[in-house]
Design a protein around this ligand. Structure first.
Ligand SMILES: [Zn+2]
Length: 170
């Protein structure tokens, strides 16, 4: 009779601790660790030239996977998306657990701003929106992404900005 308690017995069979009950009809649940990873939210202009580059940079900065964040687009990007209607999406996603929130806009002509608006003005508007949103959603990490055309045709340059530190409220 073999000694089941022999400490030298082969242990090459990994022990799987499945959470399966003895009831054959019961559901078994296999926990996907990814379901517990942090979630994000990214808001941007609808502009075709920049949405891919903005997403790529957002993922690079946050380490989020493609399915780990909600996306919200509107004309003019975040500076033009502070109306009550536009705020439904970020409020919903924040409520659902979004804890990294990206706010963006772009220069090199944006249909959400009057013709001729300089990039510096749009960037300033984004910075102000970023600061307001950091206060609106205090439990999330926030970053701003400003996109513009690069030196060569098709190039996209993206500037990442951080919100100003939120002053402690008395
Ligand atoms: Zn735009």
């Amino acid at each position: 009779m073999a000694d089941d308690n022999d400490p030298k017995a082969p242990t090459d069979t990994p022990s799987h601790e499945h959470a399966v009950t003895q009831d054959a009809d019961a559901w078994s649940v296999f926990v996907d660790a990814n379901e517990y990873s942090i979630l994000g939210f990214l808001q941007m202009c609808i502009e075709r030239r920049f949405h891919l580059a903005v997403q790529e940079r957002f993922r690079l900065e946050t380490k989020l996977a493609e399915t780990d964040y909600w996306m919200h687009t509107g004309v003019g990007g975040s500076p033009k998306m502070e109306t009550q209607t536009h705020m439904e999406a970020p409020i919903y996603c924040y409520g659902q657990g979004a804890r990294i929130m990206g706010w963006s806009a772009h220069g090199s002509k944006c249909g959400g701003f009057r013709p001729g608006t300089p990039d510096t003005e749009i960037l300033k508007a984004l910075k102000e929106t970023l600061n307001r949103n950091a206060k609106r959603y205090p439990d999330a990490r926030h970053l701003g992404l400003f996109a513009k055309e690069g030196e060569h045709a098709g190039d996209v340059e993206i500037l990442v900005i951080q919100p100003d530190p939120v002053a402690a409220e008395d």
